[in-house]
Design a protein around this ligand. Sequence first.
Ligand code: ATP
Length: 369
Amino acid sequence: MAYLKLKDINKIYPNGFHAVHDFNLEIEKGEFVVFVGPSGCGKSTTLRMIAGLENISKGEFYINDVLANDKGPRDRQVAMVFQSYALYPHLSVYDNLAFGLTLQGVDEDVIEERVYATAKILGLTEYLQRKPRALSGGQRQRVAVGRAIIRKVGIFLMDEPLSNLDAKQRVTMRSEITQIHRETNATTIYVTHDQTEAMTMADRIVVMKEGYIQQVGTPYELYFNPVNMFVAGFIGEPPMNFLRGTVNNGILQIAEDGENVDAQLDLAPILDKELIDQYNGKKMVLGFRPESIVLGEQENCSAIACQVELTELLGDNTNVYVNIGNSRSVLKVDPHDTPAMDSELTFYIPNKSIYLFDSETEDVIPTIK
Ligand code: ATP
């Protein structure tokens, strides 16, 4: 029995906009699940339906096998952290943390104990008497997280909690939230549009697009076995490169805008014969990750010729932007192998790192791995 169960959940807003379609998901107790996807894909709407802040238009939501559709937010035992922190500006950190417990009528000495324990976990002990305006963004976000964990509820919901922080603070808070989750083991649903947050924090990721779930899986599954071009392009940084082509007698001839490029892929070592025949004369998309390529010729690889346009030294690697016909790809290479700008380059993709997609449905075509 799953702890949380969303069955065929739909959200249709009063203006008729259908924001979430047939959302199905089961979440185990203690799991850290991340909803990720571009702006407007329905992540927050789904989270707010789980919180009880938005009604469910169609479908069933169960907590511990009990139908919860009509339960109010208080009866769902959820704590929510918002992007905006939502702290009380006139109250000290101590009182902000204590607020929810005071409302519940918890004894003063129990509150004091819990406030100090929570402040310790979050490194806020020395700021307890300050008002929120005298805190940095990162410290305010910690108070917001503290207000949620102090209530010791079973379900922890976070909506883009790190988006107001600068890049460095985000990295720090990311690992702190993961650490807090380890300590509290509260079932957590975390919404973000940032694939790095999803990859680094989640037990399982739910990738959404335009109100539909695209794929649910561990970070490893999504990175290595994406089900379609959307997931393949969303997970991974820089994203997967795509080259379009047509299959002709077992060869994928890369062509962009109708113009053939000097790149051909022998499909025999990559695809089952049946599939090669099925796609004969049809369009296909070749996908490869920037980090999967090699520069020296090797066995079981496919060669692609390109023109170097731009190189970006990042320290641990160089991003090399190349033109393959009319399309642009990015390659990740060792900084010592950085090619000259405007030079001709041939790189090699190990066959096991090649992804193929149906050009019409954009679904992955299973390759021989
Ligand atoms: P973001 O990352 O920008 O917050 P999101 O994935 O969380 O995006 P939602 O906020 O869930 O997306 O919104 C999903 C869709 O529903 C969007 O197209 C949005 O414009 C629409 N929407 C949200 N709230 C309402 C509303 N009250 N009435 C009508 N449409 C709404």
